[in-house]
Design a protein around this ligand. Structure first.
Ligand SMILES: Nc1ncnc2c1ncn2[C@@H]1O[C@H](COP(=O)(O)OP(=O)(O)OP(=O)(O)O)[C@@H](O)[C@H]1O
Ligand SMILES: [Mg+2]
Length: 380
């Protein structure tokens, strides 16, 4: 081989190595991009001027755009916020040039936002990863709430059982003395003691309802009918207070429930709605909607009112026993906690949604338990 031919083949080999290297780099870039885009959390890289340098597909999709359309924009323009603002995570990361992790609210959703400083060659950039925590936080809150109610139930049932014995003694002895004592003034005093003890016994019963210490006596029933009967019990008061009751009843299958217990739940909800409407002083309306979800095998009952609504700070506490916004002596605050206990005992759920000044919606879901669980669970 001549010297010239040797140089030629060496150049070709070097070019081939370069080409292979370039292909590897391009392949590696594509792999990184694919990794980046596979992540469903939002990833955004911006520089110290807050100009976006890179985003993943998920981040771009949140704004209904292609990543190309976002690169070069200012973070503030994208989020339509004026930067800097108090305690902004982006500012904190840029100013401290260190890792910043915080929960940030964007358009009503909560994001766990982590910002990491990095270098794009000479350029200082910041890699932001935003994880949507809204659903997870909601589930965590629900779990804490259910856990809290279980602990409260255990405490309450212990206290209620302890109170039952002395109360039975007080009531029994008062009855006995009432039979023996002829003096009218003493009898009047004894009568007051009996009434007070009976009131206490009612509260103890309610507490046992909340803590699910009473087994439901189930029978096959039609919920629309049960609700109608309960509404019938309040019809005089609805009329007197000018409350319209609107019914949207769905076609429901029969279900196995303890009718008096379900009536008590519905009654407690009606009473709360009536009071809230009376307080609001507006033209009152209670809407009852029932429906059957065959797929999920459950019956949903929604009772909505246009009363005062509930303060958002009170909402997490409304199922707690003895939580009440009524003045002292006007309600022990047991209505919803009893409803919660009874519906849970039926294997269902009860949830309250409310906006202060607009009204309240109570949603009850009951599983369709037919007579398939044996005659003892459902008497027809
Ligand atoms: N429909 C509603 N509209 C507005 N506030 C409501 C409604 N339902 C419940 N609340 C709020 O929740 C609190 C707790 O309700 P709950 O029924 O458990 O107790 P209560 O009505 O205060 O007393 P009780 O039912 O024992 O007479 C109420 O005091 C009220 O502040
Ligand atoms: Mg009540």
């Amino acid at each position: 081989m001549t010297r010239r031919a040797g140089e030629q083949s060496e150049r070709t080999r070097a070019e081939e190595v370069d080409r292979t290297r370039l292909t590897d780099v391009a392949k590696s870039q594509r792999q990184w991009q694919a990794t980046f885009d596979a992540v469903t959390d939002y990833i955004v890289v911006f520089n110290a001027e807050r100009t976006i340098r890179k985003v993943n597909v998920s981040f771009a999709a949140r704004f209904g755009k292609h990543p190309r359309e976002i690169i070069g924009m200012k973070v503030s323009d994208l989020f339509q916020m004026s930067l800097p603002h108090d305690n902004c995570v982006i500012d904190r990361a840029i100013m401290s040039n260190s890792v910043v992790i915080d929960e940030v609210g964007v358009d009503g959703e909560i994001y766990l936002t982590s910002i990491f400083p990095a270098l794009f060659g000479e350029e200082q950039v910041y890699v932001g990863i935003l994880k949507n925590m809204t659903e997870m936080n909601r589930m965590r809150d629900q779990f804490y709430h259910a856990h809290k109610l279980v602990s409260l139930g255990q405490l309450v049932s212990g206290v209620a059982h302890e109170l039952n014995n002395p109360l039975t003694g007080i009531l029994g002895l008062t009855e006995l003395m009432l039979r023996k004592v002829p003096d009218e003034s003493v009898r009047a005093g004894l009568d007051k003691i009996r009434k007070a003890a009976e009131r206490c016994a009612e509260i103890v019963d309610s507490l046992l309802c909340f803590s699910r210490q009473q087994m439901p006596q189930r029978s096959l029933a039609h919920l629309n009918y049960v609700i109608d009967r309960t509404a019938g019990m309040r019809i005089y008061w609805f009329r007197k207070r000018g409350i319209e009751i609107v019914k949207h009843y769905g076609d429901l299958p029969g279900v196995c429930v303890d009718v008096p217990q379900i009536q008590q739940v519905v009654l407690n909800i009606f009473l709360n709605a009536e009071e809230a409407i009376a307080q609001a002083g507006t033209q009152g309306c209670i809407t009852v909607t029932t429906s059957h979800d065959e797929g999920r095998s459950c019956i949903t009952t929604v009772i909505a009112d246009n009363g005062t609504g509930i303060k958002s700070s009170d909402l997490p506490r409304i199922f707690d026993p003895f939580f009440s916004t009524k003045s002292v002596g006007h309600g022990p605050g047991l209505g919803l906690s009893i409803a919660y206990g009874l519906i849970s005992e039926h294997g269902g759920t009860i949830a309250v949604d409310s906006k202060e000044g607009e009204g309240t919606t109570v949603t009850i879901e009951l599983p369709v338990v037919k007579d398939g669980r044996g005659p003892s669970s459902c008497a027809t």
